[in-house]
Design a protein around this ligand. Structure first.
Ligand code: FAD
Length: 630
């Protein structure tokens, strides 16, 4: 059992009755199936196995589906699995939609139920053709403020607007709140009580200058200043709503150790699930309403150019029109839009982690005159290709690396080559996750780690290299690395050759280039000096000398996107003419200006610091605007 998971049996025992084939908003023909009995099947979900027990009644109907999905992220797949099982029972159909945000778990449930029903002798084709027609009612509501997206930025915006006494509605596409913010670990802020208690005296001025310089003054100065100035207060404000933070005693990003601004600014969340529960119970107490499974469609702008609300699609297919004095879009970025991210990265070889935000908020803003200033994938760390381990909200394997001790090979500065066989970077970038992924970007998102068998044997006894523990970190157990590497070769995520020529052939590299790279690297190790890229002499540990030789396939990773539409420092959306759009605000990864420039600055927690602080600013700005209309 994985540590940190809430192990629970999710039971969706649902009494079948003929009347359930007619749902509120859903219609389906009932399709007779199979022999009576209970049938079991298991499929791989997001974090592990998803098992279903499908019971067929004497009438040949699906009378109940019990789901065990204890390895799934409790608040995502854990909630989606029984919900989907209920839909299958209610509709007697396999033509059901996956639950938004929980595609892996949903697919596992549908596939497992299909297997069980096949065993029961059901007519699978008929069940798949039994389309559920959605005929939900359209609805219309009037509120002061509508917040779209219930991640960190949207939640902060809703709290700020609600505490001012306004009537707030939050519209969320997924079945639960949190978004990427719920799987993130920490928050950048300067000057908090937590820092002061440790005797730290960090300067907002210096942090602003560092961030501006990092991005070569391409970021928006007023936004950077306002966020950094307000982040500490936002930490304390969130603490008041039940979000607990602590300052780490050391950083896992070893390259940051000498710069307190990079890591003693990282306020780690104690427990994100509880934090979101607390924030939402506070919101409810203040009278805010939240609708889930409801996805933004359009932003409504009147003839005077004023935004007056949104339309959104409900789960039952009906349209929800929200008339609002102020509209705040916090739908995150477009990490799930693989075409757009591939275009931005000039490569489709990167691995993507995070919630499947598809950029609807940014597109809807563009439709009514705003524009995308600087949205781009958030490059962060690397992982082995085809890793079967994905992130969970409990922190373990968060960034989706392999779960074996081979992660020590990934997280150390061994010899890295591009797909032609040439070395391309100082491998010590492994000690800074942003720079590490940036280095992978320069070679199209994919590189190989080259080692020989002797190196693997040395790792089996404990490596002399410092192993990075950033992100999920490496698994430090001693193991048989040759065996692990051979298993990767078997799985197609690593390659092996008894000679370098053979290895080059297996990977498609240029054998002459690879041999030249290896010879040069070995000679630099002998001299103890990396005259090409300046890697520390302590990292020049393992020559690549005699077969077998191995090449591990590694991919750069992005964590959703950062940047977004043009806003001013009140988070009010602007047109391409830099004119403010009345009534419309954006925050978090829907809003741009904070990072425009060369890349994601290596200051820990910057994205969450921006999400919550910009959300709070957007909420406060909306309050001022709504009050000005009265
Ligand atoms: C694995 C991982 C780890 C990370 N770790 C860190 C970290 O430690 N520190 C850090 O600073 N950053 C981290 N990040 C980045 C950070 O989490 C995000 O940049 C930040 O949380 C974005 O907040 P947000 O409110 O803009 O978006 P989100 O938190 O993603 O919220 C967007 C919300 O909008 C909803 N939504 C999307 N589309 C629609 C629609 N059409 N209609 C209605 N609702 C919609 C989504 O379902 C979601 O709930 C991490 C990211 C990932 C993926």
């Amino acid at each position: 059992m994985k540590k940190g998971f809430l192990r629970k049996l999710i039971t969706a025992t649902l009494a079948f009755s003929l009347s359930t084939s007619l749902l509120i908003g859903c219609e389906s023909k009932s399709t007779s199936v199979a022999k009576a009995g209970t049938y079991t099947a298991t499929e791989s979900g997001f974090g592990g196995d998803v098992t279903v027990n499908v019971t067929i009644s004497d009438e040949g109907k699906i009378s109940s589906i019990d789901v065990t999905a204890d390895s799934e992220t409790p608040t995502i797949g854990g909630e989606a699995a029984p919900k989907l099982a209920k839909t299958i029972v209610d509709t007697q159909s396999l033509a059901v939609d996956t639950v938004s945000g929980a595609t892996y778990t949903s697919t596992a449930v549908i596939n497992a139920v299909t297997t069980a029903l096949t065993e029961a002798g059901a007519d699978i084709k008929a069940l798949k053709n039994n389309k559920v027609s959605k005929n939900g009612q359209n609805e219309e509501v009037n509120v002061d403020v509508v917040v779209v997206g219930a991640g960190g930025s949207g939640t902060a915006a809703a709290l700020a607007a609600s505490e001012a006494g306004l009537n707030v509605l939050v519209v969320e596409k997924n079945p639960s709140a949190g978004g990427n913010s719920k799987i993130a670990s920490g928050f950048f802020a300067i000057g908090t009580e937590l820092q002061k208690n440790e005797g730290l005296d960090l300067s907002v001025d210096k942090a602003v200058q560092d961030l501006m310089e990092f991005n070569q003054y391409l970021s928006n100065g007023t936004i950077v200043r306002k966020i950094v100035e307000n982040a500490a207060d936002t930490v304390e404000w969130l603490q008041g709503y039940g979000v607990e933070f602590y300052l780490p005693e050391k950083t896992t990003q070893l390259a940051h150790e000498d710069d307190l601004y990079k890591w003693k600014t990282y306020h780690k969340f104690v427990d994100q699930a509880t934090a979101f529960e607390n924030m939402y119970s506070n919101l409810e107490n203040m009278g805010a309403k939240v609708v889930y499974n409801t996805s933004l469609e359009t932003i409504i702008k009147n003839d005077d150019g004023v935004v007056t609300g949104i339309t959104a699609k409900k789960e039952d297919g009906g349209i929800l029109t929200v008339n609002a004095s102020a509209t705040i879009i916090c739908t995150g970025g477009f990490g799930a839009d693989s075409e757009k991210t591939a275009a931005a990265l000039n490569s489709n070889l990167f691995n993507s982690l995070g919630m499947p935000n598809a950029g609807e908020g940014i597109s809807a803003i563009e439709e009514i005159g705003g524009f995308d200033l600087d949205a781009t994938p958030l490059l962060h760390a690397c992982q082995f290709a085809e890793s079967t381990v994905k992130q969970d909200s409990a922190g373990e394997n968060l960034a989706g690396f392999s779960d074996t001790s081979l992660t020590q090979i990934l997280n150390t500065p061994l010899l890295w080559v591009d797909t032609t066989g040439s070395r391309f970077t100082n491998e010590d970038v492994v000690y800074d996750t942003a720079f590490w992924a940036n280095a992978a970007y320069t070679v199209g998102g994919k590189y190989y780690i080259i080692v020989d068998k002797a190196t693997l044997e040395a790792f089996s006894n404990g490596t002399s290299l410092t192993v990075s523990q950033a992100g999920p970190g490496a698994k430090m157990d001693l193991d048989d690395f040759v065996k692990l590497a051979d298993a990767s070769v078997e799985a197609g995520t690593a390659f092996k050759g008894s000679t370098l020529e053979e290895l080059a052939e297996a990977t498609g590299m240029n054998a002459t280039d690879l041999k030249a790279t290896v010879e040069r690297y070995n000679s630099m190790i002998e001299k103890g000096s990396d005259t090409d890229y300046g890697k520390a002499s302590t990292s020049l540990a393992y020559k690549v000398e005699s077969g077998d030789f191995y090449a591990f396939d590694v991919r750069g990773v992005f964590l959703g996107t950062i940047g977004g539409v043009k806003v001013d420092d009140n988070m009010q959306v602007m047109t391409t003419d830099f004119e403010l759009i009345p009534g419309l605000y954006a925050a978090g990864t829907t809003a741009g200006g904070y990072y425009t420039g060369v890349g994601y600055p290596p200051y820990e927690g910057l994205a969450c610091g921006f999400a919550y602080t910009s959300g709070r600013i957007a909420g406060t700005s909306a309050v001022n605007y709504v009050n000005s209309l009265k």
